[in-house]
Design a protein around this ligand. Structure first.
Ligand code: ZN
Length: 277
């Protein structure tokens, strides 16, 4: 059942579990994510990066939603960088959008986020925004401390924009880390205490199970995952290729999808959302 992100995150926040948000980009990854959620009776959020074919993915997910009626899930635009792309996603059938102006000054971030919230809420679509900035793992040591989210600013941001959830920077980064991830749990606890909206953690991959489960316990309700899933998929294909069997393309795709799906199931269990659908 395709629904907006708001009720999913509300339940997760109240009950203290986290929802996995795998990055999907085609029929195989969307079906893998939904079947992982179905098997574990878990809610899930399908995140789609803005540079993908949003219209094609909207159609694919609409088709799949009839096959996975038992799964409460949202289809969310990831890192939408303009008003226009959020409108496109909503027309394509997305139930949620992220508007990311996290590299802009506070007032500009508030202004564009508020516009998107007004438009999206008019048609029952939820909105994620980002305050502070989650950077790239490749530049982790240089960038980690630059964009950490300020709790007082976060309270003001949520009050002024009315966003449904907020991505915060507490020491994670996108992609693989050049260095060891250090999560600012004190900052996270403070954010959870003062910010009235559910909190989102970007850059879940390679952050480590212990860090992630602690982050969920301390108030993160959505964890974005991409790198770990697609590399687990790639490993599945490599393993199939090195088996010595002469495998055709469908078998290799299947091995890749299994790798992606098994890694996702691991995270669903870790975040405590299994059985919550
Ligand atoms: Zn992100």
């Amino acid at each position: 059942m395709l629904i907006s992100m708001a009720p999913l995150l509300k339940d997760a926040r109240e009950k203290g579990y986290g929802i996995a948000a795998p990055g999907i980009y085609d029929l195989q990854t969307a079906a893998a994510a939904l079947s992982a959620a179905a098997e574990l009776k878990s809610p899930i959020i399908l995140d789609v990066y803005q540079n993908n074919d949003l219209e094609a993915i909207g159609d694919i997910v609409r088709f799949l939603s009839s096959r996975f009626e038992s799964v409460p899930f949202a289809l969310n635009l990831d890192h939408g960088e303009s008003f226009e792309v959020t409108v496109r996603a909503i027309r394509a059938g997305f139930s949620s959008v992220m508007i990311d102006c996290s590299t802009k000054p506070f007032a500009e971030n508030v202004a564009l986020t508020s516009e998107v919230v007004k438009m999206a809420h008019a048609v029952g679509v939820s909105v994620e925004a980002e305050l502070g900035h989650v950077g790239s793992g490749a530049r982790y040591e240089e960038d980690r401390d630059k964009g950490l989210t300020d709790p007082a600013e976060a309270v003001e941001f949520v009050r002024q924009t009315g966003v449904d959830c907020l991505a915060v920077a507490v020491g994670t980064a996108h992609g693989k880390y050049a260095g060891t991830p250090r999560i600012d749990f004190e900052r996270l606890a403070k954010l959870r205490e003062v910010v009235p909206a559910p909190l989102v953690l970007h850059g879940g991959s390679s952050t480590g199970d212990e860090n992630l489960s602690k982050a969920v316990r301390q108030g993160i309700t959505k964890v974005n995952l991409f790198t770990d899933l697609v590399f687990a998929g790639a490993l599945g294909i490599k393993t199939a290729l090195s088996s010595g069997k002469d495998l055709p393309l469908p078998a290799l795709y299947a091995a890749g999808v299994t790798g992606y799906k098994d890694m996702l199931k691991h995270y669903i269990e870790l975040f405590g959302s299994a059985g919550k659908a």
